[in-house]
Design a protein around this ligand. Structure first.
Ligand SMILES: [Zn+2]
Length: 330
């Protein structure tokens, strides 16, 4: 992949709390409440979006062209989305940095020239063989270099609920930071995590034991999150059907995490031990082959969170029930 030309907002105040996002909306959709809370408390919050680059010149797949149409930005889809992200993060009090890697829908195999992910099922399937090694190595090296430069107090990566290939690539690269001593927490990829099966599959595929940590949101945090998500105008129709539906669903999910109260929260996960999954990629790949392919999340979701009881069970519940259930799925 050619050396990317990135877009960055200058940083002035160290240290930072660093959020890693594959796409221009993932961090705010998943973590917008906590980002607001931290920024309000005076932290310097930086959201780094990796696959934020413009499409390479040349033809696009039919699927990529369709998505750009749905985003109502057929000519310069990523330029529109970068502006949305800047507005959303500014509203939360956070800084942004955009790396210039193209979204998976625009990427091709350098050997064959064929699109890596030409259909919807492909972007929720397995990472293309051409990207398994070199791209992960490159991302991991750049993340490590960035952490040395920024010295983040904490790094927030993602669980890969939903199994999107760009989410997988970024998680694989970021897990190497654990071995370098950085403090990593993993957020739940929203809206995919509305389907509890997506969360369970992500934890299963990540391997090891995980501890959930709830971050309580004030009403102001939740309201700020909703307003920030509303900045991603190109995505609201595709993801939710519209802004009103987005506000209802994001609120309902945040409140479902604290059943029996009027509060709201976001949930994060911490690995209980370092598993060098990205240093042992063959083992990871072998595991993937054994796991039934995830289906893209359905548009329903909120009612299924009746199983919120289960989602907010104590850690020991997950360590036994979820992991043993995963064995039965193989
Ligand atoms: Zn994403």
């Amino acid at each position: 992949m050619p050396a990317p030309s990135d877009f960055a907002q200058p940083l002035e105040d160290f240290p930072v709390l660093l959020y890693l996002a594959p796409h221009l909306d993932d961090a705010v959709l998943s973590c917008g409440g906590l980002i607001h809370r931290q920024a309000q408390a005076g932290h310097d919050v930086l959201v780094l979006t990796v696959f934020a680059g413009d499409p390479p010149p040349g033809p696009r797949s039919g699927f990529a062209a369709l998505l750009a149409q749905l985003w109502e930005a057929p000519e310069e889809p990523m330029a529109v989305r970068r502006v949305e992200d800047q507005a959303a993060l500014a509203s939360l009090g956070a800084r942004w940095q955009h790396w210039a890697y193209p979204d998976c829908i625009f990427r091709s195999d350098p050997e064959s020239g064929e699109f890596c992910y030409p259909i919807r099922d492909a972007i929720f399937g397995q990472v293309h063989p051409a990207e398994r090694a070199a791209l992960v190595d490159e991302l991991a090296a750049r993340l490590a270099e960035s952490c040395r430069e920024w010295q983040p107090e904490a790094v927030y990566s993602l669980l890969t609920a939903g199994h999107h290939v760009d989410h997988q690539l970024l998680q694989w690269a970021s897990r190497r930071l654990e071995g370098a001593g950085w403090d990593l927490r993993y957020y739940e990829d929203y809206p995919y995590v509305e389907d509890p099966a997506c969360l369970e599959a992500a934890l299963r595929e990540a391997g090891g034991e995980w501890r959930p940590e709830l971050e309580a949101l004030s009403e102001a945090d939740l309201a700020a999150k909703l307003d920030a998500v509303a900045c991603y105008g190109s995505q609201l129709g595709v993801l939710f059907g519209g802004e009103a539906e987005m506000r209802a669903r994001v609120s309902a999910y945040a409140r479902s995490l604290v059943p029996g109260s009027s509060g709201a929260a976001e949930r994060y996960w911490r690995p209980l031990e370092h598993r060098p999954s990205t240093d042992d990629r063959e083992a990871v790949n072998g595991l993937e082959e054994r796991i039934e392919r995830m289906r893209p999340p359905r548009r329903q979701a909120i009612p299924s969170l009746r199983s919120g009881d289960r989602l907010t069970a104590p850690p020991s519940y997950y360590l036994t029930t979820v992991l043993s259930a995963s064995e039965a799925c193989r």
